[in-house]
Write a protein that binds this ligand. Structure first.
Ligand code: FAD
Length: 391
């Protein structure tokens, strides 16, 4: 029917405005029509359907949180819900869109001057410009707060960047990459808008990934890359400002994890209803029903957490620990759920054709990026005890 998620057991959808519900339905139809039929093929070939960026942008949901681009839908619950709809069909597609509209647009929206926001946000919302976000490095993953090696040195109105980045989504084709680097003068982390093709900037695709294969991740080298002072994010001065960006985007990953588990759950419901063993559909057996009930419980609890953390974001009351708890909790429930879905499909559960294997594999990267489970637990632990266990 025209309803929302069957997996929305406690009817959280009613928290969206009628206008937001319409937009979510349009996103859902787009994903079913354009992405579901090609997802397994693109995943197997490790290719990204970059040609779908612009048509997706035309639905008008990108950058709904910024004054420069906002339409009628502006709530964090709405933005999260859209991300969930993407991941429910393909978690890679959610990352592909989210790296630009979440990480890169949030960096510019929260860290840019009014001129920088006006220059970039409308162009990114309309799909004319694709963004990427370069924080992680070969030698700095969980400890980017203190461990960044990439440097920025100012000479008059020009900055010179040197260093390397790793895992940077979209960076091989993005028009603009937000590069985070340490100022050699004051030691503070600053953000720079580096355009594709700038001399000294090289992005090389990371091959042979076994998770989120559709996402194109890159190793980046920066060798004497010159960036104008006008392209330094003017309202970022230190890791504290970057952490505010990550707090918001971490919520987005919680919604992505939720979508990933819903996709696996739905496939398991379908499969177990039609698969017969011992003369009956396996869905009629108690042990299969126990797994399905556990999966739906995980989805329902996670949806409640995602909705509430988004509301706190909208109310301006969200802390790092709020976002960290959501990410750690929901990704843990996701990992259990995709494994139960995989198990319920037996041998066919490990093959792409039966609708579960892609979610099962993709969950691993979602579990690790934007702060591993460990790091997010330690952020919550710090807020409980007052002791930072990771510095
Ligand atoms: P490490 O930090 O080396 O961690 C390895 C293990 O050690 C983990 O289990 C971790 O929890 C544990 N550990 C580390 N420190 C501690 C500690 N103090 N106490 C206890 N345990 C600890 N980054 C970007 O900047 N931009 C992107 O677009 C991007 N996209 C990504 C896409 C994919 C598919 C992947 C896999 C990663 C992406 N990343 C991106 C990087 C991602 O954010 C990092 O992989 C993540 O932060 C973890 O860092 P790491 O891989 O270096 O692991």
């Amino acid at each position: 029917g025209a309803g929302f998620l069957d997996a929305d057991f406690y009817a959280f959808q009613s928290l969206l405005t009628p206008r937001e519900q319409e937009s979510v339905l349009a996103v859902r139809e787009f994903m079913e029509r354009e992405v579901r039929p090609i997802a397994d093929e693109y995943w197997e070939r490790a290719e990204c359907p970059v040609h779908l960026f612009k048509p997706f942008a035309e639905l008008g949901t990108l950058g709904s949180g910024w004054a420069e681009t906002a339409g009628d839908e502006t709530s964090a619950v709405f933005r999260g819900w859209v991300g969930m709809e993407l991941a429910r069909v393909d978690s890679s597609f959610c990352t592909f869109i989210g790296v630009s509209s979440g990480l890169a647009m949030s960096s510019i929206g929260m860290g840019g001057s009014p001129e920088q926001r006006a220059r970039w946000l409308p162009a990114m919302a309309s799909g004319d410009v694709i963004g990427a976000f370069g924080l992680t490095e070969p030698l700095a993953g969980s400890d980017t707060a203190r461990g960044l090696r990439t440097t920025a040195t100012r000479h008059g109105d020009t900055w010179v960047l040197n260093g390397a980045k790793r895992w940077i989504g979209n960076a091989t084709f993005a028009d603009v990459v937000v590069i985070w680097a340490k100022d050699t003068a004051d030691g503070q982390v600053k953000g720079f808008l580096v355009r594709q093709g700038t001399p000294g900037f090289t992005a090389t695709k990371i091959e042979r990934k076994q998770s989120l294969r559709i996402v194109q991740n890159a190793d980046i080298t920066l060798e004497g890359v010159e960036v104008a002072e006008a392209d330094r994010l003017q309202r970022i001065d230190g890791f504290r400002d970057l952490a505010k960006v990550l707090r918001v985007t971490r919520d987005g990953v919680s919604w992505q994890a939720l979508g990933t588990m819903i996709g696996a759950y739905e496939a398991a419901v379908r499969y177990t209803a039609q698969r017969e063993q011992f003369g009956n559909p396996i869905a009629s057996y108690q042990l299969i029903q126990d797994k399905l009930a556990t999966m739906l419980g995980n989805v329902t609890a996670s949806l409640g957490v995602c909705v509430r953390v988004a509301q706190l974001q909208d109310e301006g009351r969200q802390t790092d620990a709020h976002a960290a708890m959501a990410k750690a909790f929901v990704t843990t429930r996701m990992r259990e759920t995709v494994a139960l879905a995989r198990e319920s499909c037996g041998g066919n559960g490990i093959q792409l054709d039966h609708g579960v294997a892609r979610y099962f594999a993709d969950a691993e990267a979602v579990y690790t990026f934007e702060g591993t489970k460990d790091m997010n637990q330690l952020i919550v632990g710090r807020s409980i005890t007052g002791h930072a266990a990771f510095v």
